[in-house]
Design a protein around this ligand. Sequence first.
Ligand SMILES: Nc1nc2c(ncn2[C@@H]2O[C@H](COP(=O)(O)OP(=O)(O)OP(=O)(O)O)[C@@H](O)[C@H]2O)c(=O)[nH]1
Ligand SMILES: [Zn+2]
Length: 197
Amino acid sequence: MSVRFVEASRLPTDWAVFTMHGFEDVTANKEHLVLTLGDVSTDEPVLTRVHSECLTGDTLFSLRCDCGNQLQAALRAIAHEGRGALLYLRQEGRGIGLLNKIRAYKLQDEGADTVEANEQLGFGADMRDYSIVQPMFAHLQMSKVRLMTNNPRKVSALTDLGIEVTERVALQCDSNPHNEKYLQTKGAKLGHMFEAR
Ligand SMILES: Nc1nc2c(ncn2[C@@H]2O[C@H](COP(=O)(O)OP(=O)(O)OP(=O)(O)O)[C@@H](O)[C@H]2O)c(=O)[nH]1
Ligand SMILES: [Zn+2]
């Protein structure tokens, strides 16, 4: 595996002072992060978020998706618990990259849904490869997680990697007029588990 740990430092936020662990994937030329709080190396399952980069949602306040809200909600939940981990994976656009995501958004502006747009561009609906998390989990000595996600394929991907998901914790944020169709498509075509609210 080409992912290796580089260095760790403090990362103070409004919610808690996390430890930020930096990893590099030399093959894919990507830099990934894990934020941890408390001792995650004990046997007790760790409240964990495996978050895929979304520059538009995480940092530019986009309302087209739920990523930014989920990121904040996950960090808040970890801080509230006093222990946990957030893996920030550089898998922008479900693995197709930022510029291709903009191409996909353009097709969605013209009527395609999020899955059709990827397919029209010649990509699968979800191109993410979760095997990169294995060396991160190994470095942090984490093997049991309570996973904050609505995506059942994320749960099975981690399970297949030998990580025990003891619980799926729903991570549902309020919808808005700009992301309603997107969330519906995720439920209908990508299998995301949303509860009626
Ligand atoms: N290709 C593409 N990627 C998108 C689109 N909207 C958001 N993304 C990317 O999707 C990723 C987040 O995946 P989601 O499908 O929102 O959620 P998830 O990570 O599978 O599931 P949760 O754990 O429940 O959040 C990020 O990398 C976003 O950049 C879109 O319309 N097209
Ligand atoms: Zn997003």
